[in-house]
Structures are given as C-alpha cells and as structure tokens.
Design a protein around this ligand. Structure first.
Ligand SMILES: [Cu+2]
Length: 451
C-alpha cells in the first residue's frame, strides 16, 4: 500500500514540478521555434510513458499484493501483448527522433539571402568582423595574428581592406533578416550560444564552422561560450543586441575598417606632454602614483589599457557608481581630454616615463595567494605583466593598494557592472572567487613577489 501511494505521489509531484516550475526556456527570439517544438514532443512522449508505467506499477503492486494462498500464473509468452508493446515503442521513438531530422535539414541549409559575418573566439573573449561594401570577407591566417592585427587579416588581400572590425564583445544584428555567422577560433574549442536563439555551434581551431538564424525580436541577449571545461570559458561573455536596420547600420559604421585600423596614427608624446600637466597633480610627474591621493601608478601600464580606461571614465562606464569615491575623482579629469587623439597623445607621453616598480605596501604572501594566482595568470600572464591578447592589464609592479581597492570594487559591483563596460564584467566574475579581505590581501601580496 505504502509503495503504491509513494509511486502515485512521485507521478503527481513530477507533473506539478514540470508545469509549475519557473525554470523553463527563456522566451525565444529567433526563427528556431521548431527546436522548442521537438523538445516539447520529447517531453510529451517521455512524460506519457513515465506516467503510464509508474501508475501501472502502483496498480500492480496493489492488485497483486500478497494474499494467503494466492498463486502466480506462469505465462512465458504473449504474442499479442509483445506486438503491441513493440509497435507503441517504435511509434514513440520515431515521434521523438523524426522531427529533429527535419529541423536539422533546415539548420544546415542556409537561406541564400542570409547576410554573412564572422564571430571570432579567443581565450577569453569574442570579437566580430563584417564584410565591407564589397560584401566579401578578406582572407585570414593565424600567422598574421599579432597585437596590432588581432583578427589575423591578410594585409595583401584587397577584399579585406574594407572589412569592418568590431573589437568589442558586443555584437549588433538587424531585426528580421537571416544571418549566417562564420565561426572561427584562434586557439581552442569555443561554443557560440545565445539561449534566446536556441541554435548554437562549436568553434573548432583550424576549421570555419557556421550557424544561421533570423532574430525575431529586438532586445539585448547574453552570448555565452558553452564550451564548459577550461579555465575561462565561463567568463567568456558577449552581448547580442537585436535592433532595427537603421540603428544597426549606425552601429556598424561606428567601427573602423581594416584599412583604417592599419593606417591609424600613433599618438604624439610631444603633444601629450602639456596635457599630462593636469594628471601630474595626482598621479605624480613620473606617473609613479600617489597613495595619498588614491591615484595609481600609470607608467609601465599597457597603452591599450590606459586608453580604454580613459574612454570608460569619459563615457561613464567607470567613475559613475554612487559608491565609487575615487573613480568619481578621476572621471572629470578624463573629460579634460577632448577627443580620441588627445587620449592617444597623453598615453604616448606616459609611455615615455620611466617604469620603476611601485613601493610594496601589501606584504605577507601565503600559499593561498600563489595557488589562487594560477587562475589570474590565465589572463594577466603568469608573470603578471599583463596580456593585450586577453585584455588583461599589468598587475606586477603596479600600485598594490590600488589593486586591492579595484578587486573590492569589482567584487561589490562598483566597477565592472555598468552596461557600457565591455571588459569589466569578466573581471567582476573573477573577483567573486575572493572570499574576503584577507584573501584579497594575500593574493595581492603574492602579486607583489612577481617582479
Ligand atoms: Cu570559450
């Protein structure tokens, strides 16, 4: 009796959980409704079998329970019953598998009018490339990949000159038009997945894979790397913004072509020197940093990183959070740099300043710091010198007290949480692994030994 009741409760509980649970697919935003339908069919078939078998079991337990003098009947074969069971199972399995084949046929057949773009996966971030006016993507090769040419564009291919390079994890796509994403990896396996689009596909080094879909709803969606094993795939997040054609074109034209990025003039240190006079008041005449004013050392930091931070302070991605006391001091200073050329110039000047390691203020390294830093090193380099390829700045030899405040800021959502901040959120998810202030200090003390 008890067993029968438990079986019935199990069935009821499972059904209630399935229908009342808040965990289900995110509302769909692409043409792949058919994928949801195949999954629903699977749920119906397996759900029906689950209910039928468990209820039958409960019935059998009750009906044929032990009775004094009761005897079992021996029936080794029952042709009719076996035919029924085989037939029903066949129909059930076919109902689950056949629709998938139809969906797959559509999945591999890209519509002729699909617009092509490329999504590039790299440890640990996404970037994108769109064909220019000629509608053709230029050829690429791993041998051309460098800090100056992260996409590995073939400099001699005329088709590539007008390719638009989107060096940002945020991708925009026009609403209602089929798109084909060519998927390329520079290093290891990655996986392009937007839950709201349903379709997803692996990136395989050495191959160009593809995926197509039609965005059917405007909005901002998370792009995840669904390659789950590995140090950093889980922080390899992007955004996909689906918008009207006109807004999409405006966004696209805000990014440079390959020809433009290769022709970009380097900043002028001479022009940057007078601009730096303002900065020297806090950061010091040699950009050595000044703890009394909470202004960190800038000399020796990657120029690409300094430029990004100055743009963030200018556009509000940094230094606007209510609790960001020190960031708010810096933000109006960045505003004194009128345009991108001014930023390039002042950073070019900072680059000429001597790079002496900042004094150590955080000490007492422990093995905790050393062990934990292994993860950090995946992006910041095992030596803490920073890696432009992973967008991660230099830590070793920089102002240690500043690293501590930044880690706390990341952890508390003061930094890395602004919607315009493309690279901070990745670091914010990493800072979450630091349990408390002690852990943060130990880690920074270890970074201090990397000199
Ligand atoms: Cu990945």
């Amino acid at each position: 009796m008890v067993v029968a009741i438990v079986l019935v409760l199990l069935v009821l509980g499972s059904l209630l959980f399935h229908f009342l649970s808040p965990w289900y697919f995110t509302p769909i935003a692409s043409n792949w409704q058919a994928m949801d339908d195949t999954i629903s069919i699977t749920f119906w078939v397996t759900g029906f079998v689950f209910v039928a078998i468990n209820l039958f079991m409960a019935y059998a337990v009750l009906r044929y329970r032990y009775r004094k003098g009761g005897r079992a009947m021996y029936e080794p074969e029952n042709k009719k019953l076996e035919l029924w069971l085989t037939g029903l199972t066949t129909v059930g399995v076919a109902a689950m598998l056949a629709p998938g084949l139809f969906v797959w046929a559509k999945f591999v057949e890209v519509p002729k009018d699909a617009a092509v773009f490329e999504a590039l996966g790299k440890q640990w971030y996404w970037s994108y490339r769109f064909p220019g006016k000629d509608g053709k993507l230029g050829t690429v090769d791993a041998k051309y990949v460098s800090d100056k040419n992260p996409f590995g564009m073939n400099p001699d291919d005329p088709d590539g000159q007008d390719d638009v390079l989107v060096a940002s994890p945020e991708l925009h796509l026009p609403l209602g038009r089929p798109v084909k994403a060519l998927l390329r990896s520079v290093d290891v396996l990655h996986d392009f997945a937007v839950p709201q689009f349903r379709a997803k596909m692996d990136l395989v080094p050495g191959l160009v894979t593809y995926i197509w879909f039609t965005p059917t709803r405007t909005g901002k969606f998370d792009l995840l790397c669904n390659e789950l094993c590995g140090v950093g795939h889980f922080v390899m997040r992007g955004k996909v913004v689906v918008e009207e054609e006109r807004e999409f074109q405006a966004w696209l034209s805000s990014y440079p072509t390959f020809a433009q990025t290769s022709a970009q003039a380097a900043g002028s240190a001479a022009a940057g020197k007078p601009l730096y006079a303002v900065c020297a008041a806090c950061h010091g005449s040699q950009a050595e940093g000044n703890p009394a004013l909470h202004a960190p050392k800038l000399s020796g930091q990657g120029d690409w990183y300094l430029k990004r931070q100055l743009k963030y302070f200018k556009n509000g991605a940094r230094g606007t959070h209510d609790k960001d006391v020190f960031g708010k001091m810096m933000a109006p200073m960045a505003a004194t740099l009128g345009d991108d050329a001014a930023i390039d110039n002042v950073v070019a000047y900072i680059k000429t300043l001597p790079d002496n390691p900042a004094p150590r203020t955080v000490t007492k390294s422990t093995t905790y710091g050393q062990k934990t830093y292994v993860t950090c090193g995946a992006c910041h380099g095992a030596d803490g010198r920073g890696l432009q390829a992973t967008n991660a700045p230099r830590l070793a030899g920089m102002s240690d007290w500043y690293l501590v405040t930044q880690l706390k800021n990341f952890k508390q959502g003061i930094r890395g949480a602004h919607p315009k901040d493309m690279y901070g959120p990745q670091m914010a998810s990493m800072a979450a692994i630091l349990a408390d202030d002690q852990a943060t200090n130990d880690l920074v003390a270890y970074i201090n030994t990397l000199r």
